[in-house]
Design a binder for this molecule. Structure first.
Ligand code: PLP
Length: 515
């Protein structure tokens, strides 16, 4: 095929140079590195502006083709129409909204699960399933794939929704029985689809995640899956290149929209401010910038788990003495930001990445060299927001503008206000407020993050809580997405909670396969 891009390994250990389709099926390079594109296209400004008159699916298809995805253009078009179709509640898919004349918001939560993970997970499973088909046709693979996910909340639901009824795949999600909100749990256990399974795991997210990791590492289990069910395991997690590529698209698209609406002068730089956890979303903006989109500074916004803000300030990534804090923006509660490895590769190359990732594994810290630090500081700015400041921002911006945002978005908004210079800023909004209704309620009522809820609202279901928020905020600016509003009456399909540990996770998968 013409123009197909090959992928390199950030640690320089895998020299097979896979194409897009095999890179996304393989997921992580043998040796632990991540796949990065060997070359990137350069976009002309005119090409970017032209996107603004196209539907989103066509914007996505154009960028995928330019990035050398090894599939026919007609096939890419068809998959993109499906990925960015009627399941979105706004036909613009990723609209840019002017909240204040000086602040624009890129809303990434109009998909079926009302959070940003849909941007990639409505897309990746279609390409994943297509890639398996291609590899099987070329005789390069025989097995289908079973996706195993340990989730602390949003990813599980978005992955279920994306993989539901996709050919050549099955998906089983494990969530911590003590670690997800009522809404998150109901979103998962009411999931439709013939190829999906959901299990609670007793304990917290760490218990859940280590059990699933051990199942992944169990060679006997892998052999059993292959021999009896012709299945291979995959995780489709946020280091998969197939999750990153769709996240480049919306930055190119947003710049086109900003120019079309007069939010930025043609060709002038726009800064972006991204609420960051695993560094995947902001890395999409970095790639868009490398491809010629006039993005000025990449502003990395963290919550109280502020390892990235410290890293950007000092060049030292240090989790050796850091405790994990809970926050009202749980999808950013992370200590190891896996996708940072890709940025380090582009700034410093594979030898350095190997050295630093080795140090991170053994000493739980690494310090980048002067030259790399200077290169990082030319592009990135970082800051972080306390729990109570994040909730105060939700309230303040609602009072000032009538725009209700979720706590993740509020972290980015606050950092954008603190760090802004003369460039227009695009604040990236990663969740509908209703995904995090309880903390939005706290924000509007002025209740501190760690204070108990008042008695009259302590025992509400998640959905009932959303009605309280609507009553406070007024229905017009606070409509709840239909899929969330109907959760209390949706049919619960997956009631099982299993014990923690590898054996019970594997037993759950076996029983699910025998269903
Ligand atoms: C996943 C997520 C993030 C963090 O995105 P990364 O790509 O991991 O940096 C932020 N906000 C929400 C709501 C998310 O679901």
């Amino acid at each position: 095929m013409r123009n197909e891009t090959h992928y390199l390994d950030t640690r320089g250990l895998d020299n097979t140079r896979p194409t897009y389709s095999s890179a996304i099926v393989t997921g992580i390079a043998p040796g632990g590195g991540l796949y990065v594109p060997e070359k990137l296209p350069k976009l002309l400004l005119e090409e970017i502006y032209a996107l603004s008159s196209w539907p989103y699916w066509r914007r996505a298809a154009a960028i995928f083709s330019l990035l050398g995805v090894d599939m026919d253009a007609t096939r890419i078009d068809a998959l993109m129409r499906q990925a960015y179709g009627a399941q979105w509640d706004d036909e613009r898919i990723a609209p840019v909204v002017e909240v204040r004349p000086d602040m624009h918001v890129l809303e990434l939560w109009h998909g079926p699960t009302s959070a940003f993970k849909d941007m990639a997970l409505q897309c990746l499973p279609l390409f994943f399933s297509e890639s398996i088909e291609i590899l099987q046709e070329r005789g390069l693979a025989q097995d289908d794939y079973l996706i195993l996910v340990a989730t602390s909340g949003d990813t599980g639901k978005a992955a279920l929704e994306g993989f539901a009824d996709r050919d050549h795949t099955g998906i089983v999600v494990f969530y911590p029985a003590d670690g997800v909100s009522d809404i998150q749990r109901k979103q998962m256990i009411t999931q439709h689809g013939e190829n999906v399974g959901v299990f609670g795991v007793q304990g917290n997210f760490d218990d859940c995640q280590s059990a699933v990791k051990e199942a992944f590492a169990d060679q006997e289990f892998a052999a059993w899956l292959h021999d009896t069910h012709a299945l291979k395991l995959s995780s489709a997690n946020s280091i998969n290149w197939g999750r990153l590529l769709p996240q480049i698209v919306y930055y190119v698209s947003a710049y086109a929209d900003m120019v079309a609406s007069g939010g930025v002068k043609p060709g002038a730089p726009m800064d972006v401010c991204v609420p960051t956890g695993n560094f995947g979303n902001i890395l999409g903006a970095y790639y868009a910038r490398l491809m010629g989109v006039p993005i000025g500074r990449l502003i990395c916004a963290s919550n109280e788990n502020n390892v990235l803000a410290d890293f950007i300030a000092t060049g030292l990534y240090d989790i050796s003495a850091r405790d994990f804090v809970t926050t009202p923006s749980p999808s950013m509660d992370i200590l190891i930001s896996s996708n940072l490895e890709r940025l380090l590769y582009h700034l410093a190359g594979p030898e350095k990445v190997r050295e630093w990732m080795g140090q991170l594994a053994s000493e739980k810290r690494f310090q980048i060299d002067r030259e790399t630090f200077a290169a990082l500081r030319e592009i990135f700015v970082g800051d972080w927001v306390s729990n109570d400041d994040a909730l105060a921002t939700v309230k303040r911006i609602f009072d000032e503008t009538g725009y209700l945002m979720d706590p993740h978005t509020a972290v980015a908004w606050e950092v954008a206000e603190r760090t802004r210079d003369q460039n227009p800023v695009l604040v990236v909004s990663t969740a509908h407020w209703a995904k995090f209704g309880t903390d939005v309620f706290r924000a509007l009522r002025g209740i501190a993050y760690d204070a108990p809820l008042p008695e009259d609202s302590a025992d509400l279901t998640g959905v009932e809580m959303l009605a309280r928020v609507q009553a406070l905020a007024g229905d017009t600016c606070a409509c709840v997405p239909k899929a969330l509003a109907e959760l209390d009456t949706a049919q619960e399909r997956f009631a099982s909670v299993v014990e923690a540990g590898r054996e019970s996770v594997e037993a759950a998968v076996r029983s699910w396969l025998a269903r």
